[in-house]
Design a protein around this ligand. Structure first.
Ligand code: HEM
Length: 464
């Protein structure tokens, strides 16, 4: 059955082949030019889409230290050897969380400028349809006629889906703003969606932090990822306004390899295995302890952490390794051989000093030293160009410094026993802190995934 008001989906009849180009539907009635009316027609579109679908800087320069040779054999980390070209949209959980990390991300937060609950629902319906279509390599919306406004920018028309995923989260501002229950949701704000405590050393910029709704769009192609985010922002005009956006990238280190961050260290080694449902249930997915609409969902913490790469690059490798508690080349814990080896926090050297320093990042972050707390990190490198720096102290260095670092993203079932638990001691003691400035921070509740015919967040707005 297909709704005559809904243009035919060119992908109907089954998912496109991995290399199938996006095609704009030639047939179909013009889409209403009015953005608001387009959003409010989301319900019809949702039903129709389902019907149609089948288918920082240092002044001292220590001597350069050569990188030691690789030790041992790197133990492969869990990741699929041949990732599929498309990632499923529908499911118990939203995609883009345990999905093996794509090469690019666009992580954004929006402020809601909607004045009614119906408008927010319409937005989520439109975003659900668009996200599902984009994940199949289709334009976000079906194009209007040649005289009509461009609904999809069309800048990736010939490109495949590139494993695009869209992950949506709800910030505290959706539930209430300045004490106002603006969408009738205040009573449903989950206890775990806390106001993030202030941490020592944070230099958060308000305009780059917070937001009412987060959208993470990941894909193996940078333009495809940005295109996805751009279409969602376009659909949200008049309802949701872009607040901040940060792109991120990961290099291709090959199948089964842990990626390296801009500090040159393997990043992701200590993650809980996404293929282990017991670990995911224990640390990532909200269970019966949470509200019904969040069960199968998770909480995301996203922080833009600028790294003083100019300073870091002058540090001897041995110092860098002490900072993390891991070997640079192999990724093995200090004192061990392989990346996958367990760290020995009790080991001491000939002088009786800990092999893994007391303030090493990995020691402070490890679950054995945090009452079992674990998070699933899904971070990306970022590089936003360079900024002018003029030091007001000798030798009054002036020049450009990188605006680059880590878009730290982590998922957990409860930030109080996840990120906040771990970062509380890390923020005070971590050796890595001298190189890192935390510029932005957001916490969002990612609802469970949608089934065909549902929209993301439906169970929040329409409890069973
Ligand atoms: C610029 C910021 C950061 C950088 C460059 C960074 C880098 C790293 C590196 C290289 C490792 C060792 C390899 C690995 O297990 O992945 C690591 C481990 C880890 N990091 Fe970070 N990290 C950053 C921020 C954070 C933050 C804010 C948290 C959470 C509060 C965190 C939590 C962890 C955890 C839980 C581990 C695993 C420890 C283990 O079990 O061995 N990191 N990080």
């Amino acid at each position: 059955m297909s709704d005559p008001a809904v243009p035919t989906d060119p992908g109907a009849g089954g998912p496109p082949s991995p290399t199938a180009p996006r095609t704009t539907a030639a047939a179909g009635p013009p889409v209403d030019a009015g953005r608001r009316s387009f959003l409010l027609s989301g319900a019809a579109l949702l039903a129709g889409a389902v019907a149609a679908r089948r288918g920082p800087t240092g002044l001292v320069s220590p001597p350069a230290t050569p990188l030691p040779p690789a030790t041992g054999t790197v133990q492969p980390m869990a990741a699929p050897t041949t990732p599929p070209a498309t990632e499923p949209f529908y499911g118990v959980h939203q995609s883009g969380i345990t999905t093996s990390a794509q090469k690019h991300t666009c992580f954004a937060a929006f402020d809601l400028v909607a004045t009614s609950r119906a408008e927010v629902i319409a937005l989520l319906k439109a975003w659900t349809i668009a996200a599902e279509r984009l994940s199949r390599g289709l334009p976000a919306t079906v194009a209007a006629d040649a005289q009509g406004p461009a609904i999809d920018s069309g800048d990736v028309l010939e490109l495949a889906a590139s494993r695009l995923t869209v992950t949506v989260g709800f910030g505290a501002g959706l539930f209430s703003q300045a004490g106002t229950d603006r969408f009738g949701l205040a009573a449903q704000r989950p206890a775990a969606l806390v106001d993030m405590p202030a941490f020592p050393g944070d230099q958060l910029v308000a305009e780059w932090s917070g937001g009412d709704i987060s959208v993470q769009v990941c894909a193996d192609d940078a333009q495809v990822a940005f295109h996805g985010l751009r279409q969602l922002a376009h659909l949200g005009e008049g309802t949701a306004q872009l607040r901040w956006l940060q792109n991120g990238f990961l290099a291709d280190f090959g199948p089964n390899a842990t990626v390296r961050n801009l500090m040159g260290f393997k990043d992701g080694t200590g993650n809980p295995a996404v293929a282990d449902p017991t670990l995911m249930d224990a640390h990532v997915w909200v269970g019966a302890e949470g509200p019904a609409w969040m069960q199968g969902g998770t909480y995301v913490v996203a922080r833009r952490s600028r790294i003083a790469l100019e300073h870091w690059d002058r540090m001897p490798v041995a110092f860098q390794e002490q900072t993390f508690g891991r070997q640079k080349r192999s990724g093995a814990p200090l004192g061990k051989k392989l990346e996958g080896d367990n760290p020995d926090f009790d080991a001491v050297d000939a002088d009786g000093n800990p092999v893994i320093p007391e303030n090493a990042h990995m020691r402070l972050a490890h679950h054995l030293n945090n009452d079992g707390a674990r998070i699933l990190r899904r971070s990306y490198n970022y590089q936003n160009g360079a900024n002018l720096v003029a030091e007001r102290w000798p030798p009054w260095h002036q020049g450009l410094e990188y605006d680059a670092g880590l878009l730290f993203v982590c998922y957990q079932k409860d930030p109080r026993s996840g990120f906040i638990k771990i970062f509380t001691q890390m923020a005070k003691f971590d050796m890595m802190n001298q190189f890192v400035t935390n510029l932005s921070s957001g916490l969002f509740a990612c609802p469970r995934g949608a089934k065909p015919g549902e929209y993301l967040g439906q169970h929040l707005f329409e409890p069973a």
